[in-house]
Every structure is written in structure tokens, then in C-alpha cells.
Design a protein around this ligand. Structure first.
Ligand code: ATP
Length: 379
């Protein structure tokens, strides 16, 4: 059997110019009175994709899901699903189902009755309902709990009942609004992998709303980073992290150090950037940076090396003082105040129990990094 990883690595329809999007938000705007919750937004999602909408509270993610489900109508623009315009189609006639954060289980019904409810309402024959419920219980590994009521289950089990109920009708698209929000950290992590397995097994398209970036990075094929009703970038988790398109995205996803400066020199793909106080950085992949313009150089803490002496081979090395140290067990994060006053975070994996080059508070220290370790941002 092929591993999940190898299947997912090969899955990239967005790179295929011939592939047609399955869900297409086409210049969609949603206004509530004077307030614009979704602003002229276009987005393409592919069949069988695990797609995440990531953004701060109030950025319009849930509104986008609700329009896809049919609980809200766009003020302008179109939403297409499998080539069909969804305008005017009521929620129950869309091949879409939504799982809410609250799970909305019926408290007085057993697990199996909760799962069966929607199927019965649809008029499915009794024998078929029973067969489908058994199948669903098996899928989410809740067979021993079929007769229990929701209050007799753990948070994780309730989440699985809600999931079984949402996929029981075999929708083509499942919308999940903060699906793991009610679970504690450890259970969330386990459940993320279960969700990914389930999505693969059923061959569904998942669109998940979350404000938890680790969750989006773990589960999604691609992530849309949203801000103020607009999409700032759509890319794979690795691209979003390693090649953010703007200062906003770089700052939103993960920790980042930002150096502000001017492009003093450009040659081929590389550039020399000078900061206000004369510190110099040489970078590769200078992208769209133009000579004599202001840019930001964004670099992740784990790509910065910290040492007591200037590494002999370092192209970029800046000196400062250890201001703070956060020991996190697996890694240590050093906060270094550079001589020009800028604070920089450098993260070091604790591969050994005792550090080779121990640095402590107030020590003089060098930070250094490779020219290709960060990205130059012009937006
Ligand atoms: P959260 O993570 O907090 O749920 P979100 O990104 O999902 O945030 P939305 O629920 O989509 O945000 O809301 C976007 C904006 O639209 C918010 O400012 C919200 O107050 C506003 N909004 C949403 N629904 C309505 C409504 N029915 N009437 C008026 N304003 C609304």
C-alpha cells in the first residue's frame, strides 16, 4: 500500500494548468450593512484537496464557509461548485455539509441515532440507514459507543460522532469550522492525523477554518492566509513558511526576524542590503527588490546561528549581546540585542544535553546566517 505521504506528495492539481477548480469563489464580496466581511475575493480549491482558511478572528473565514454552505448569499460575485453556480440553491440541496465547532449533537439521542438522524430525514430506507450507520461507526472507531449519549463520551469521542454524522450523507465537500477547537492540545494533535486519514479514505474535499497555524500547517495541502476579508497568499504550508509573499504573511505564520534596509547593490539574483545603522546583509533570492528601494529581509529564528566567536566562514555576521534565553527542552531560543539596538531571535536545537558553546545572559555573541536563509520582501 502506498503511504499517505507519498500520495500527498504527488497531489498538486494547482500546478497543472489543465486542472479545473472544484470550488471557485469568483470575485465574491459579502457586506453586512456598511461592513465588508469578504472583499472581492477569488479562490480556487481542487477536488480532494484538504484546504485551510487561516486568519485572525474576524477576518471573514467563517463567512466564506457559510456562503459555500448556503447559509449566507454573496452580495456580489459567484461561487461555483463542480461547474455549477450555487446562487439560489438552498443549503440542503448543495453537495456540501458543515461540521460546527460546537458539534451540535442532539443530547437526548444515542450516538447511532445522532448519526442516523440526517439520513432518516432524507427518507433513506431503514435497512440502508442501519448499514450506513454501522459503516460510519467503524470509520470513526466508535462501534463500542453506539448506544451511549453524548454526555457519556469524551470530547474527542464527541468530535468523532459529529464527524461521522457530517459525512454520513456522503457530501462531496465537508466544511469544518474550527473542528478541533474543543479538544486539548495532545488530543488535537492525534485527531489532526485521524482527520487527514479519513479525508483520504473517503476521497472528499475538505475546507477547514482555523486560527491555529500549526493545525493548518499539519493538515492542509494548501492554506489561504486571510486578512480583512481578503486572501493574502494561497500556497502549500512549506511555501507559506519558507517563501511568504508579504510582510503580513511572514509575520503571521511562525516566528520571524525582520531586518529593514535599503538595497545598496543588486547583481543577478543576489543583493546587498544596508540597514539604517550601517549593518550589512548579503542575500540570494532577492526577488523583485530594486536598487535604492526600501525592503525587509525576513529570516526565521531556526536559520540563525548563534556563537561566542564570529564563524570564520560566515558571510552574514552581526554582533550583539544575549538579552534573554528561553529554554524549551527540545530547543533554546536566544534573544540577542544587536549593537544597533535591534532584537533578533535565534533558535538552536538541543541535540546534545550539554551545549558545546554555552552562552548566557549578557554575553557578547555573534549571530550569523547564510545568504539563502531568508527572503527579501517588497510588500
Ligand atoms: P472567528 O475566527 O472569530 O470566527 P472569522 O474570521 O470566522 O472570525 P467571520 O465570522 O467570518 O470571521 O466574520 C467576519 C466579520 O463579519 C466580523 O467582523 C463579524 O463581526 C462580521 N459578521 C459576521 N456575520 C455577521 C452578521 N450576520 N451581521 C453583521 N456582521 C457580521
Amino acid at each position: 500500500m502506498k503511504s499517505l505521504g507519498s500520495i500527498r506528495r504527488a497531489f498538486a492539481p494547482w500546478n497543472d494548468p489543465g486542472a479545473k477548480p472544484y470550488i471557485h469563489f469568483d470575485r465574491v464580496t459579502k457586506k453586512f450593512g456598511d461592513f465588508t466581511a469578504v472583499n472581492d475575493l477569488s479562490l480556487a480549491i481542487y477536488e480532494r484537496e484538504f484546504f485551510a482558511l487561516l486568519g485572525a478572528s474576524g477576518c471573514g473565514k467563517s463567512t466564506l464557509l457559510r456562503m459555500l454552505a448556503g447559509f449566507e448569499e454573496p452580495t456580489s460575485g459567484r461561487i461555483m461548485l463542480d461547474g455549477q453556480d450555487l446562487a439560489g440553491i438552498p443549503p440542503y440541496r448543495r453537495p456540501v455539509n458543515m461540521m460546527f465547532q460546537s458539534y451540535a449533537l442532539f443530547p437526548h439521542m444515542s450516538v447511532e441515532k445522532n448519526i442516523a438522524f440526517g439520513l432518516k430525514q432524507e427518507g433513506m430506507p431503514k435497512a440502508d440507514v442501519e448499514k450506513r450507520v454501522t459503516e460510519m461507526l467503524k470509520l470513526v472507531k466508535l462501534e463500542p459507543f453506539a448506544k451511549r449519549k453524548p454526555h457519556q463520551l469524551s470530547g474527542g469521542q464527541r468530535q468523532r460522532v459529529a464527524l461521522a454524522r457530517s459525512v454520513a450523507k456522503r457530501p462531496k465537500v465537508l466544511l469544518l469550522d474550527e473542528p478541533l477547537g474543543a479538544l486539548d492540545k495532545k488530543l488535537r494533535e492525534e485527531t489532526q492525523f485521524e482527520l487527514m486519514d479519513l479525508q483520504q479514505e473517503l476521497g472528499l474535499t475538505f475546507v477547514v477554518v482555523t486560527h491555529d497555524q500549526e493545525e493548518a500547517m499539519t493538515m492542509a495541502d494548501r492554506i489561504a492566509i486571510m486578512d480583512k476579508g481578503q486572501v493574502m497568499q494561497v500556497a502549500t504550508p512549506a511555501e507559506v513558511y519558507e517563501a511568504p509573499a508579504s510582510r503580513f504573511v511572514a509575520g503571521f505564520v511562525g516566528n520571524v526576524n525582520m531586518f529593514e534596509g535599503k538595497v545598496a547593490e543588486r547583481s543577478g539574483n543576489s543583493a546587498r542590503i544596508t540597514g539604517g545603522t550601517g549593518a550589512e546583509i548579503t542575500v540570494e533570492n532577492a526577488g523583485e527588490a530594486v536598487k535604492d528601494t526600501e525592503v525587509s529581509f525576513a529570516i526565521r529564528p531556526e536559520k540563525i546561528r548563534i556563537s561566542s566567536k564570529r564563524p570564520a566562514d560566515a558571510i552574514n555576521a552581526l554582533q550583539g549581546e544575549v538579552y534573554d534565553i528561553a529554554y524549551l527542552g527540545d530547543m533554546t531560543v536566544y534573544h540577542v540585542r544587536l549593537d544597533d539596538g535591534q532584537m533578533v531571535r535565534a533558535a538552536t536545537m538541543n541535540a546534545t544535553r550539554v551545549a558545546d558553546d554555552p552562552l548566557t545572559w549578557d554575553d557578547r555573541a555573534w549571530i550569523s546566517f547564510r545568504p539563502d536563509a531568508g527572503v527579501v520582501l517588497t510588500r
